[in-house]
Structures are given as C-alpha cells and as structure tokens.
Design a protein around this ligand. Sequence first.
Ligand code: DUC
Ligand code: ZN
Ligand code: ZN
Ligand code: ZN
Length: 496
Amino acid sequence: NQFDLVIHNGYVVTASDILPPSVYIGLKDGVIDQISARPLTGKRVIDAEGGYVMPGGVDSHVHLSQKNTPAGDTIESGTRSATPGGTTTVIPFAVQASKDDFDVVSVVEDYHKVADGQAYCDYGFHLIVSNPNEEMLSEQLPQLVEKEGITSVKVYTTYPRYKLSDEQLLDILLSNRKMGVTTMIHAENSDIIDFIGKKLEEKKMIDPYYHSVSRPLVAEDEATYRVISLSKMIDVPILIVHMSSETALSTVREAQTSLVPIFAETCPQYLFLTADYLKHDCHHHVHKNDSFQGAKYICSPPLRQTVKELEGVWKAIQNGTVTVFSSDHAPTVYDHPLGKKAGLVNGVPHYKKVPNGLPGIETRMPLLFCKGVESGRITPQKFVELCCSNPAKMYGLGDRKGSISVGMDADLVIWYPKGKLQPFSLDNSMLHHGIDYSPFEGMEFSNWPRYTILRGNVVWDRDNGGLIASKGVGKYLKRGKSSLGGPIKELDEILA
Ligand code: DUC
Ligand code: ZN
Ligand code: ZN
Ligand code: ZN
C-alpha cells in the first residue's frame, strides 16, 4: 500500500490534540488517507524533524481582484503569496459595487472569469452586499447559495457607498437566517467618523496619522453593540470582522455568555501594530525620509494608539472570545497613483483619499506562530483553531479543510523544529505578493512554513525551490453552510 506522500516525525496538531512524532500521515489522491501509529511507505517521504505539522491555513477574509481596488493584489498575486505563508484556502469577496446592480449572479460570474486558472491555492467567494432589495434577497441570493456555494455575505455600517441602515441590516439578517447564510459585519459608526472628519478638516489635520483619530474606539464600540442588538432581534449568527477594541470584544463576550451566536474576527494588525506607525516623525527605520509613508498603515478600523489596547485584543484571543484570525489582506501598492499615493494630491497629503487596507496574507500565520505559539501566549491547538479549523467551519468548509483527519483534503503546513531556523528580520523582497511593501517589515521571525502541501502536492518548499506550484492549481470551492452554531429559538411568527 504505497502512498503518494508520507509525513512523519512531526508533532501533528489539530484544534484539539497534539499527536506524537511517532505518527505517520499517508496522503493519497489529494486526501489524508491514513494516520497511523506504525510506519507507512510512500513515493516520497518528508521527515518533519520534530517540527509541528498543522492543517493548511484558511484565510477567510482577503480582498483580491476586487473591482473597486485597481492597485490591489489580484487572485494570482494574492494567492501566490498564500502558500508560502502556510495558507492553502482563501475566501475573497465578490462585490455588488454599484447600489443599482441587483444582478449579483452576474457579478459572481465576472469574478469567476477573473479567477479561473489564476489561483495558487483553493478559494471561494463571499458576496459584499451594498444594497439588499427584496428581489435580490429572494431570487439572486438563493441561487448563489444553491449553485455556487456562496454561503456568506459581508455588509458595512460605514462608507457612503456600502453603508446599510439598521433597517436594511435587519432585512438581510432575516433573509440570511432563512437561507442559513453567515453574515459578516464591518462595525464602525459612520456618523461619528464623519463628525470628527469635519472637525479635523477645518483644522487642516489631514496627515495619514489623523485617519486613526477620525475612527476612534467608540465608533467600533457603538456599532458593535448595535449590530449585536440587531442580531439578537432576529436570533441569527453574525461574525463581526476585524475587531480591534477590547470594549467591543467584551460586548461580544457578554452576548456569547447569554448564548447569542455572535462570532468575532481579528487580524494581525490589531495585535502587532500601533498608530505611531502612521506618523511621519516616528523612528521606525522602514520610514526613511518619506514623510507620506504613514499612509502604508492606513486601514479600517485603524491601528490603535497604545500597546495596552493591543493587549485587550490578545486577551480576547486567549479567553476564546475571538473565533477567527484572518489577514484582512486589502492592500494597494504604495507607489502608484491609484494606490496609497492617491492620498497625495499635488504633494499635499490627505488621509481621506488614501485607499484603506494592508497586505498580510503571507505574514498572518508566521506572525501568530512566532509571537503567539513560540512565545507561549497561545497553545498550538489554539493557533490551529483560529487560523484553520474555525474559519473552515464558520464558512461551510469544515468537512474538508482546517483539520488533519482521514478523508479530508491533504492540506498541510510543516514548520521548522524550534531553533532550527536562524531568526531573521522581514524584508518585502521575501514575500510573494504584488505589493511594494509590508507593514511588518523589520519585525523578527523565529519560524516560517518550511513546507506547504495543497491536496497532497508540495507547493512550497522553502529550502528547495521555494514556491514550486504553478498558477491554476487552486480550485474553486463550493461551500456548505456554517457548522458553528445557528439560531437558538423558533423564528418569531411576525418575522416568518
Ligand atoms: N474593511 C475591510 O474589511 N477591509 C479593508 C477596508 C475595510 O474597511
Ligand atoms: Zn471591513
Ligand atoms: Zn515609522
Ligand atoms: Zn476586509
């Protein structure tokens, strides 16, 4: 019984267990065929040398080839940057970019055309809804669920073009409840942001740094409380994306304690970066002499002010409030007239004109591995739960992605044994995305994915060839419904 690939001599980690290095994993025809206490033989054998063997990462929040982001990463360049960072599945967004475009079925078809044959890892699509009308909710969305396996939508409480009213949010929450669709919500109070924005404008406080001032914690706190209230009313699960506030996370935890199905996502930028990166007079060596470089760190919600605030997010990771750790990879090229430099008009910087978002697909797992697992803040199992298993289950991929179990896709990451890799400082030239910087440049890494395996094939071998997959190996994933909990009560008869 010859396997295509056998992996042994590594600590095999799932969200619940760590198996000893004596275990052998036999891969065949793209799936995990056997997990054995006795030796297995294969056409190829990888000795993990005592490193961790983990499921391939699932990055369930990335923006690739998005129509409204011309200087961003494409499906090709974004997924090229996925497997070298341990991620084997991504879920980017198809966008209802115009409020009048209710034909979201053709919107998704267009995204398929752009993605076909381009991906280096497996992918699905979420749908961003900017205007839910009755007909779209009752006709187009059910088609996307049934035919395309698009079982999640993202909605916004901010940005003029995307922002939904509370009534619109209730409409889509109810519709999603009836279809078993997961709702991702960007929660920031847009009136607070507009109000402060006007004051800053009057005072000519418009440098990149003021982006963070214009979007205070209270904007996230209020909107989080509000969307949880709306979710309670409908009794439907929601996942609040890219959370950055300890107070908002406490509100999530209270809701979870009272058994309301609220899920929270956070991202590396809210654990590792503070707002001083936005200032041109800070002392990070990466900023050199360009006073506009703070624009590289503009994202929403913004980087928070103090390390104490980052600690609040760490607490929510450690105590189980956070369900999903994603990158929110939403980059634009810095030195490009439609990228970050769009915020420099005739040499004058204006934060409002800077596209929001950071690159981070490739650094998501190495950052949390080095600064979470190796530093002892979280267990290896917690890491797998946040980066692999929970995002797979949340978005209807739990039967094939995010764990190491017989019958599941053979997507695996093998890390270096502790101490084997000489710690190094990150440089953008080490990354595989299409972006001319990383916000994490200059940070020290003590580990990195040594091998990444996608459906049984080694696609990343750091020491022998690097990225060895060709584009097009990634396949579209029709997803099922979330297995992470749903409504807890009968639907109110007024809503039925
Ligand atoms: N929200 C995201 O999810 N990504 C980038 C910017 C934003 O506001
Ligand atoms: Zn968002
Ligand atoms: Zn700096
Ligand atoms: Zn995003």
